[in-house]
Design a protein around this ligand. Structure first.
Ligand code: DX5
Ligand code: ZN
Length: 217
């Protein structure tokens, strides 16, 4: 059994009980807390903004893993830092000057990630792979929780893991969307080492146990 890191997504939490859900995650084996920010432009949905992430940060004892589904993230990176972000991932498809954005995230003392939509080839990252800490492979089209996992993700993870083996062996390979105990084992076997799970965790009877189960797939 290979261990992986788990980042439960607050998007699937009960927004009327954010403090309760964050405290549950604090007590669980979760490694990170995944924060999905959507702008209604890059993705056809709006989630929540910095007033909410600051409230999450006030209670969270786990590092926050920000996933920015927004067009042009540059003006918001400092606010991510102020909101307690340990990781900030920006979308390849939403950045005109990816290298500049990645450098700005790292200069603020955060880990820098690049997220890829399902149709975006991992090969496009070859020239930036050694500069980043994380690649977030979307296994659904971003914008909504509770969607069905796209099986083609397995081969993307495998390809990325072999690219990273040479140039960035410590790369975090994060998979996000429709992750369950059905696909987690194969994802980790192909090279994923950080799994996001929203609905699968929060809709389960015992979220803390579900997190532990995912860590040991
Ligand atoms: C989707 C978000 C995901 C989402 C995952 O756009 O990026 O992080 O919360 O939710 P599930 O695990 O329910 O697919
Ligand atoms: Zn996400």
């Amino acid at each position: 059994m290979k261990k992986c890191l788990v980042s439960p997504s607050m998007l699937a939490s009960d927004f009327a009980n954010i403090q309760r859900d964050v405290e549950m995650l604090n007590q669980s084996e979760a490694d990170y807390i995944h924060i999905d920010i959507m702008d209604g432009v890059f993705v056809p949905n709006i989630s929540f903004g910095f007033p909410v992430t600051e409230a999450i940060a006030r209670h969270a004892k786990k590092p926050l893993d920000f996933h920015l589904m927004i067009q042009d993230a540059d003006p918001y990176l400092e606010q991510c830092k102020a909101s307690g972000a340990a990781i900030v991932s920006v979308h390849y498809e939403a950045c005109n000057h990816l290298h500049r954005t990645i450098s700005a995230i790292k200069d603020l003392g955060m880990k820098a990630g690049v997220a890829l939509n399902p149709h975006t080839p991992v090969e496009l990252l070859s020239e930036i792979l050694s500069d980043i800490d994380l690649v977030l492979i979307m296994s659904v089209n971003p914008g909504f929780g509770g969607q069905k996992f796209i099986p083609h993700t397995f081969s993307k993870v495998e390809k990325l893991a072999s690219m990273a083996a040479n140039v960035n062996p410590d790369l975090l390979i994060e998979v996000d969307g429709g992750v369950t105990s059905e696909n987690a084992g194969e994802l980790v076997q192909k090279g994923a080492n950080l799994l996001v799970a929203g609905s699968f965790v929060f809709k389960s009877e015992n979220p803390a146990e579900t997190i532990s189960a995912l860590k040991n797939v």
